[in-house]
Ligand binder design. Sequence first.
Ligand code: TZP
Ligand code: MG
Length: 223
Amino acid sequence: MSEAQRQAARLGGLHVLADDDPRWPRDPVAVARAACAGGAAVVQLRAKHATDSETLRLAEAIRSLTRDASVLFFVNDRFDLALAAEADGVHLGQGDLPPGRIPKEMRERLLVGRSTHTEAQARAARDEPVDYVAFGPIFGTRSKESAYAARGLELLARVVPIVAPLPLVAIGGIDEANAGEVAAAGASGAAVISAVAAAADPEAATRALAATLAATRGARAHA
Ligand code: TZP
Ligand code: MG
């Protein structure tokens, strides 16, 4: 297995977003704990309501949990807070700092994920210093105000070879019922908020989603 394939394998699977929106019944640390126990590949802290100092406190608590569980930890939006909390990576959207503008010495200490919503953005991301590309929203989502309509599975399947060999992580409206289709379309991974945050049992929801993704990815690999 090449280094690129090893990295892609680590960044595929289930990404659980620990989101601080007060609508969720649990705080981000509780979601992260359940995600680790349920077998998530990555936990990403998405703090859109907290102050920087509160975000750092959340990040440090999640860093400790994810380190113990050998789960990768990403911080959304902010490479400075990702570094301060010793996260493994930062996830950057189209409106965030462009990945190439993270100073090189700091870039070397962080994996970088990049959100994309169109084929053109995905093509551009492939040429940036990033480690995975997120694409979505695949289905309708109520977790984020998005300027983009649902992208659908057909477009997802078209974008997978555009970003290859980078892993593509699908996002937006993914749940236990459609995760298999997302993996069958070629996504290496899937990122979720509500499917875990709003679940009656977030650990069981994580386990079920991770198993569905792994089963479908495994079946594709052997097809
Ligand atoms: N980016 C595109 S859709 C989305 C983000 C952060 C929200 C995903 O949330 P859910 O609840 O899994 O649809
Ligand atoms: Mg952002």
